[in-house]
Ligand binder design. Structure first.
Ligand code: KIV
Ligand code: ZN
Length: 391
């Protein structure tokens, strides 16, 4: 029987930090980890300790300070990696050791220079070794989606036999189509015992990371590896906020739960953007600046009559507020609403004139903010006063 709980495994501090140009300090990683804990992620992958002193120290401090989310650290199938990860995790109450090795022909031959048989030996040896340090071992078959399925099945049987309790099947280069990925997850789900969790980890090279992750969940995966704002190697990882909100907002479809506190989504997104220096595109789902903004007159009119017309997601419950934008497409309803919020009195004639100003100003430019609107109102009011005095 599959569980209804989807484990959210956040890799912002590991795969996310591998984004080109991003280098977080230990203090910044710790600050993000505290916010991820507030957000309620099940597991924080805090780093790759063998990769350097910063990662080692960051994992160590996060393991020391965070209570709530479990802390994971990454290791290749190498003795020094497993040892460094175990050491960095020492003070975590429920540590997870995440061991990986590539299983596709191209990676085994060109990158690792190992035969499939040698890869199997390493899987067996290092999963077992990881289990000597911790109970909770995850095994990832890097480039699973380009691996020979029969070999992949052997690898997974070996990892499970050696004690791995989570099996992750990454779409490392963002190559898979949803149906293919779902089929792979489904077939591996049916091979492993019920108490082994199958995990998805998708990259966004074709813009499919979230869709593929959800296809995996549909097929029985119960752990999703994600990064805040979808950051990560190349085009990034599946975006945490998109996966989590899709599961919640369409709970009628999924019948699954997760334990994130979605109120913290926006704050987490802003923090990660500020500390990594990675801007969020305005039209990014859930956390983009325009995600809950409405500009066209028809949409604004609908929103004012009933927000359900154009917003099935509740912006406030995601830590954002929705906004009717005053721009070149906006209508009189939105203008009236904004003026009322600002406490400005107006006549029908003022309204007409202000709208003409807004349309002229907004031509080829961003939306009008409150200060600019106040300036427009003053201009219109001054002119009306002048007209009244026959000037
Ligand atoms: O994309 C990938 O294959 C990875 C593994 C190390 C899990 O990030
Ligand atoms: Zn990855």
């Amino acid at each position: 029987m599959e569980s209804n709980h989807v484990v959210i495994f956040d890799t912002t501090l590991r795969d996310g930090e591998q984004s080109p140009g991003v280098a977080l300090t230990v203090a910044e990683k710790v600050e993000i980890a505290h916010q991820l804990n507030r957000l309620g992620v099940d597991i924080i992958e805090a780093g790759f300790p063998i990769s350097g002193q910063t990662d080692f120290q960051a994992v160590r401090e996060i393991a020391d300070q965070i209570r709530g989310s479990r802390i994971a650290a990454l290791a290749r199938c190498e003795a020094a990696d497993v040892e460094a990860a175990a050491k960095a995790l020492e003070s975590a109450p429920n540590p997870r050791l995440h061991v990986f090795i590539a299983t596709s022909a191209v990676h085994m031959k060109s990158k690792l220079n190992l035969t499939p048989g040698e890869v199997l030996v390493r899987v067996e040896r290092f999963v077992r070794e990881a289990r000597q340090y911790v109970d909770d071992v995850e095994f990832s078959a890097e480039d699973a989606t380009r691996s020979d399925p029969a070999f992949l099945a052997e690898v997974i049987d070996t990892a499970v036999g050696a004690g791995a309790r989570t099996i992750n099947l990454p779409d490392t280069v963002g190559f898979a189509m949803g149906a293919e990925y779902g089929a792979l997850i489904g077939s591996m789900r049916s091979r492993v015992p019920d108490d082994v969790i199958i995990s998805v980890h998708c990259h966004d090279d074709l813009g499919l990371a979230v869709a593929n992750s959800l296809a995996g969940v549909q097929a029985g995966a119960r752990q999703v590896e994600v990064a805040v704002n979808g950051i990560g190697e190349r085009a990034g990882n599946a975006a945490l906020e998109e996966v989590a909100v899709a599961l919640s907002a369409r709970a009628d479809h999924w019948g699954l739960s997760h334990q994130l506190n979605l109120n913290e989504v926006y704050r987490t997104s802003q923090l990660v953007s500020r500390l990594t220096g990675m801007m969020i595109q305005a039209n990014k789902a859930i956390v983009g600046q325009n995600a809950f903004r409405h500009e066209s007159g028809i949409h604004q009119d609908g929103m004012l009559k009933d927000p359900q017309t154009y917003e099935f997601l509740d912006a406030h419950s995601l830590g954002q507020g929705s906004l009717l934008v005053l721009g070149k497409h906006s209508g009189r309803h939105a203008l009236r609403e904004r003026l009322e919020k600002m406490g400005i009195a107006y006549s029908q004639d003022d309204l007409r004139q202000m709208q003409n100003h807004i349309k002229r100003m907004a031509e080829g430019k961003r939306a009008i903010d409150d200060q600019e609107l106040f300036g427009i109102w003053q201009q219109v009011a001054r002119q009306a006063a002048g007209d009244a005095h026959g000037v």
